[in-house]
Design a protein around this ligand. Structure first.
Ligand SMILES: [Zn+2]
Length: 81
């Protein structure tokens, strides 16, 4: 059974502030560039046993977040082939 709870707004805000509104992969900041859209990302995906704990959450921009999810789905497929 996979639990995929949406991250509460207050938690997202906390993670963004902790990471200074900066993507933890490429370093782009929504404070410096209004086109940067930030997401809260699970460092270890829930599907891989990660938790919703703050220590498993980081700020990523949508570009990095998309690249990461592609990477994960590739790994996921390999794992089950
Ligand atoms: Zn990024």
């Amino acid at each position: 059974m996979t639990k995929r709870n949406p991250i509460p707004a207050a938690v997202r805000q906390y993670v963004f502030e902790r990471d200074r509104f900066q993507c933890q992969n490429c370093g782009r900041s929504s404070l410096q560039d209004a086109t940067v859209k930030l997401n809260v990302d699970h460092i270890i995906a829930i599907a891989n046993g990660g938790s919703d704990d703050l220590s498993n959450l980081q700020t990523l921009c949508d570009r990095c977040n998309q690249q990461k999810s592609k990477h994960y789905s590739d790994r996921f497929r390999r794992h089950f082939l």
